[in-house]
Design a protein around this ligand. Structure first.
Ligand SMILES: NC(=O)c1ccc[n+]([C@@H]2O[C@H](COP(=O)([O-])OP(=O)(O)OC[C@H]3O[C@@H](n4cnc5c(N)ncnc54)[C@H](O)[C@@H]3O)[C@@H](O)[C@H]2O)c1
Length: 255
């Protein structure tokens, strides 16, 4: 399912997407450009980020960025300023490949990696991006969370904890930066058809059959359905939305 970006809601805006190279991040980058924005496609996977920027054309620039490293995070923000002269939006989408384990059998290194990419990454990207967004008169920060930041699931302790932390980090930042006109929200998807699911299922039909029934709408999402909601939060259509966690989960967390 692809939603038609009928509006130009992000015209002349500059958006930095951390974890842009694949799946939901790539769909957000594509949606932002389709709605009139310029984008910095920042990702650990520099080759895939460059391929995405090449596909998106002159409105996109790629950079290698490890969100867990302060120098790397600040360089990605510098690229937005050097290339486009401003920054209006930050999307923190990066997440480590999740481990399936209880608290008893989870490796300490896997626990630290999950929190490092999701939470420390959001902290570092925001630390450098928020001042530039504020300097331009304000804008929007969006953290990609998960329904599992709202409700728990089996053998996903690090993921659940990291996503719950991300949702509350957005709220705490919303309080601090409202005076700077920087809105901060999280967006929590249900299951989405990306390669992340192919670590558990042989193909998307199997993922849909396995995970779809847990959602009220009876199916998993397409990446653009998440991107459409991210574009809303980035745009002035969401001018009175801050400190919110937007569930885009097909009703997963409702019952
Ligand atoms: N796919 C789903 O079902 C689903 C459901 C709910 C939430 N989410 C969330 O949506 C986001 C995107 O998920 P996806 O399914 O598109 O996964 P994905 O694995 O395709 O995308 C994650 C991206 O983050 C990048 N990344 C990983 N570590 C990084 C680092 N240290 N620095 C910079 N980039 C890094 C990866 O290279 C990749 O491009 C994640 O935060 C995920 O938790 C996904």
């Amino acid at each position: 399912m692809t939603n038609n970006p009928a509006t130009n809601r992000l015209k002349d805006k500059v958006v930095l997407i951390a974890g842009a190279a694949s799946g939901i991040g790539a769909a957000i980058a594509q949606r932002c450009v389709a709605e009139g924005a310029s984008v910095v496609c920042a990702d650990y996977d520099a080759v895939a980020a460059q391929a995405l920027a090449d596909r998106l054309g002159a409105a996109a620039v790629a950079c290698r960025c490890d969100v867990t490293d302060a120098l790397s995070a600040s360089s990605a923000v510098d690229i937005a300023k050097e290339r486009f002269g401003r920054l209006d939006g930050l999307v923190h989408n990066a997440a480590a490949p999740s481990t399936t384990a209880t608290v008893v059998d989870l490796d300490e290194s896997a626990w630290r990696r999950e929190l490092d990419v999701s939470l420390t990454g959001a902290f570092l990207m925001s630390k450098f991006a928020v001042p530039l967004i504020a300097a331009g008169g304000g804008g929007s920060v969006v953290f990609i969370g998960s329904q599992f930041g709202r409700v728990a699931t089996t053998r996903a302790v690090a993921y659940c904890a990291a996503k719950a932390g991300l949702i509350h980090l957005a709220k705490a930042m919303a309080v601090d930066h409202a005076p700077d006109k920087v809105r901060v929200n999280s967006l929590s998807p249900g299951a989405v058809a990306t390669t992340r699911l192919l670590r558990r299922f042989p193909d998307f039909d199997a993922a849909n059959a396995g995970l779809g029934p847990a959602h009220l709408l009876g199916r998993i999402a397409e990446p653009d359905e998440i991107a459409a909601a991210a574009a809303f939060l980035l745009s002035s259509d969401a001018s009175f939305v801050t400190g919110s966690d937007m569930l885009v989960d097909g009703g997963y967390a409702t019952r």
